[in-house]
Each structure stands twice: as structure tokens, then as C-alpha cells.
Design a protein around this ligand. Structure first.
Ligand SMILES: Cc1ncc(COP(=O)(O)O)c(C=O)c1O
Length: 447
């Protein structure tokens, strides 16, 4: 029998009926959204927020881009779905556009519903292609929430899901600010991280390792831009031992770092690239894997044992075509790079000159992190790894009071607005962040 819910508020109905991600269900208090436009999100009570988070770092062209909304409406009127074994114009067109922006020698695209499935399939392809099982990933990483992806993930969300049987070995990537290698320069950090990687390979058995997966610029884990030479070094090591190099570009791809794919900033060619999020700006769920020639050739005569009912879904693929076309026509990738260098980086550096809690500003494009500390000398984080703190809770409360949506993780806030953000909107967001940071300056205990 249907329950009478008329006496409930909308948030009560949401909490009663919807099971939310990554949450103790009793402790959630979701913001009820009415609509969104560009870089703004408006709640049911009419409050408008500036979106410095791009939701989950995916609305790369902002909300409700008119050309993309029109393309979705048009596609819905023509063909909403078709089984994956059939061919369809929007599907091959989306694949062609993605390949056109990919590395030289990128041969095919396998479409999934999102990022975690892209990672799962990239790893499956690498394992089948090499006939090996182990995969290397970094501790400071997030690769998704399904079985293989959550085991590849380094962050603590892996812990309750990790049975120790996934064939994953974790290593430390380069991260000078919190170096695991006692390094004092980017060059030292790079050399030592590569040495550590190669030593791990020697001790794990090179002939047992199928792939290494790296977020080109790790996202949720802290936006650590790799030092010059690191990814080229990884490529060399992979070539030496016949290991597949998988770039996870789910968060850092499609304009986020001021380039179509972040690996292009480092002049390296991965073998497989996992993508999702920005490919449709999240308007319709889509992800996928860009596959190089050699791995494509493996499955030319041999059956690939994997598939999805919605692989290459017409509505999602038409959305990708419209999104990529809008990004090209409006030069949004170039715009993201320019906003990063002319407004976000100088603006965040200026905030760091006044707020001692900002230990480090790092990133590029529309992809920046503030590493927050209680002491600049010891670099003691404002919240512990894997946890929160009253200071971080205060900061997030202050951002909400400023009507600023911001991405946070442990002791960091990430400034990750849509690629479409204007200079004035970006400055407005920085001013809101400035006022929010002022409320937590008193937590700084260092000199
Ligand atoms: C780098 C990276 N890989 C994979 C994923 C998983 O993507 P999805 O949530 O679409 O499954 C994410 C999501 O945040 C991500 O940031």
C-alpha cells in the first residue's frame, strides 16, 4: 500500500527513501536543489550558491549549457536507446571525437556508464593482453567504487572493501610537499619515486605485473602535479618490463587541467586511458576507455569477455558529441588554462600570503588544491589523513555561509570550478573563500 507522504518536507522524503553514497544514512542532511545555471546552483528555498566544486568535479562546461541541453532533447526525440551490438551514428561520432583529441595511435573507444567501469575494463584489457595479473597503483589515489577500482584506490575508502585478494600492489607517487622520500627538490622526489617504483617491480616480479594505473594528476587525493620527468620515467619503466600504462583521466581529463587530457601536458603516451565525468559534463552518465593499437589488435580475432547493456548509449553519446563540440567551438580548454594562470593561481597565492593555514597552493587549469596546515614548518595538517577536524568543519560551514560550494577532502579544499567560469565569477569565488578562511585563521598555531 502506498504511504501517505504529504505531511513530509522534501528533505524528509529524500532522507526516508534514498540511500546515499559514502554516508551513514542517519547523519546526512542533503541540500535540496531546485535548479542550476552556468556556475550557479539554486536550492529549493531560493538560495543561490557559486559552484567552485563543479559538483563532483564533473560539470566542466557548467550547468545547463544550452547547446548540450538542446542536443539531449533532440536525441531523446529521435532514439533514446539501442542495444550495444547495433551500430549508431552518435556512438561512432563520439568515439571519433574522443580519438581525435587523444594520443597518436589511439585506436578505439570502449564506452561504459561512468568512471569506475572504465577503470575496471582498462584493467581487464591489460590483464588479458599481457596474461599477467598484478596491477600497481598509488596510495594517494581514487579510482572508483566497484570491486577492482576500490581495491586500486589508495584512500581509506578502500580499507573496508579490501580483501587483500585483488592483485593490487600500492606504491608512493611523487609528492614533494609531503615527501615519502625525504626529498628536498622536485628532481630528487622524481628520481626517488621512480627508483621506488622500479624496486617494487623487481620485488613483485616484473613478469607478474600487468599494469600500472596512475591518475595523471591525482584528484581527490590532493591535486599533486607530477614533477617533470616522472610520467616519462614511468613510461620507460613500463616499456622495459612489458607493463601496460593506464592513465586514469576520469577527473583530470576533458579540460579540467587546461588540456584535453592531462597526460598531454607531460608529453607521454599511455596505452589505455580511462575517462568519464567531463566527457558529458555529467549531463548524462558516460565513461570509457581509449585503447591503443596493440591492445585493440589483441581483441581483433579474440573475443573480449566484457560488455554492458548501455555501452555506447545513444543519449549519452549524443551528449558527448555536443559537449566536446561546445568545448571546441568555445575554446573552453584554452579558457580553463588561462583562468588558471591569470586568476586562480595568482588569487590563491595571494590568499596564501595572508592566511597562514594555507600550507601549499598547487594545481593548474581549473584544478587547484589548498593544503591546509596548523604549522607551516612541520606541515601538520588541519585535519588528519582520512579524517576531519573541528577546524575543517568550521571552514566548510563558513563556505556554506558564503554560499560557496567547495570540494573538500581531509585537510584540503579544492578550487575546481567549471572550465566556463569567467574571471569575475572566479574573483567573486576567491573573495568568498577569503572570508571563509578568515574564520579559521585562529587554528594556526605555528610561527
Ligand atoms: C580519478 C577517478 N577515477 C575514477 C573515478 C570513478 O568514477 P565514477 O564515480 O564515475 O564511477 C573517479 C570519481 O571521482 C575519479 O576521480
Amino acid at each position: 500500500m502506498a504511504t501517505d507522504r504529504t505531511s513530509l518536507t522534501s528533505v524528509e522524503r529524500e532522507k526516508a527513501a534514498v540511500f546515499h553514497s559514502w554516508s551513514a544514512q542517519g547523519s546526512i542532511n542533503p541540500m535540496m536543489v531546485r535548479d542550476a545555471q552556468g556556475v550557479y546552483v539554486t536550492t529549493e528555498d531560493g538560495t543561490t550558491y557559486l559552484d567552485f566544486s563543479s559538483q563532483l568535479v564533473n560539470t566542466n562546461i557548467g550547468h545547463q549549457h544550452p547547446a548540450v541541453v538542446a542536443a539531449i532533447q533532440d536525441q531523446a526525440g529521435r532514439l533514446t536507446t539501442i542495444a550495444p551490438q547495433h551500430g549508431y551514428e552518435a556512438r561512432y561520432h563520439a568515439a571519433e571525437l574522443i580519438l581525435d583529441h587523444s594520443f597518436e595511435g589511439a585506436a578505439k573507444v570502449f564506452f561504459t556508464n561512468g568512471g569506475t567501469e572504465a577503470v575496471e575494463h582498462a584493467v581487464r584489457m591489460a590483464r588479458l593482453h599481457t596474461g599477467r595479473h598484478k596491477v600497481l597503483a598509488t596510495y594517494r589515489s581514487y579510482h572508483g567504487a566497484t570491486s577492482t577500482s576500490i581495491n586500486l584506490t589508495g584512500d581509506p575508502r578502500r580499507w573496508p572493501n579490501d580483501l587483500g585478494t585483488a592483485g593490487v600492489v600500492h606504491v608512493f607517487g611523487p609528492f614533494l610537499y609531503r615527501s615519502n622520500f625525504h626529498a628536498t627538490s622536485e628532481a630528487e622526489e622524481c628520481a626517488r619515486a621512480l627508483e621506488h617504483l622500479e624496486t617494487t617491480i623487481h620485488f613483485e616480479g616484473p613478469s607478474a605485473i600487468a599494469a600500472i594505473i596512475l591518475e595523471t594528476i591525482p584528484g581527490t587525493a590532493g591535486i599533486m602535479v607530477p614533477p617533470p620527468g616522472y610520467l616519462a620515467g614511468v613510461r620507460e619503466i613500463c616499456d622495459r618490463y612489458g607493463i601496460i600504462y593506464i592513465a586514469d583521466e576520469v577527473m583530470c581529463g576533458f579540460g579540467r587541467a587546461g588540456s584535453w587530457f592531462a597526460y598531454q601536458l607531460f608529453d607521454v603516451k599511455p596505452d589505455l586511458v580511462a575517462f568519464a565525468k567531463g566527457v558529458t559534463s555529467g549531463y548524462v552518465p558516460l565513461g570509457g576507455v581509449v585503447i591503443n593499437e596493440a591492445i585493440s589488435a589483441t581483441f581483433q580475432d579474440r573475443v573480449y569477455p566484457g560488455g554492458l547493456t548501455y555501452s555506447g548509449h545513444p543519449l549519452a553519446c549524443a551528449t558527448a558529441v555536443a559537449t566536446i563540440t561546445a568545448m571546441e567551438n568555445e575554446r573552453l580548454v584554452e579558457h580553463a588554462a588561462e583562468i588558471g594562470e591569470t586568476v586562480l593561481r595568482p588569487g590563491l597565492d595571494e590568499l596564501a600570503s595572508r592566511h597562514r593555514v594555507i600550507g601549499e597552493v598547487r594545481g593548474r587549469g581549473v584544478f587547484f588544491a589548498l593544503d591546509l596546515v596548523t604549522d607551516r614548518d612541520s606541515r601538520a595538517p588541519l585535519a588528519p589523513y582520512g579524517g576531519s577536524s573541528p577546524a575543517m568543519a568550521e571552514l566548510l560551514g563558513a563556505c556554506a555561509a558564503e554560499r560557496l560550494l567547495i570540494f573538500s577532502n581531509f585537510n584540503r579544499v579544492h578550487v575546481v570550478p567549471p572550465c566556463t567560469i569567467s574571471a569575475d565569477e572566479a574573483r567573486d569565488g576567491l573573495a568568498r573563500l577569503d572570508r571563509a578562511l578568515a574564520t579559521v585563521d585562529h587554528h594556526y598555531t605555528g610561527a
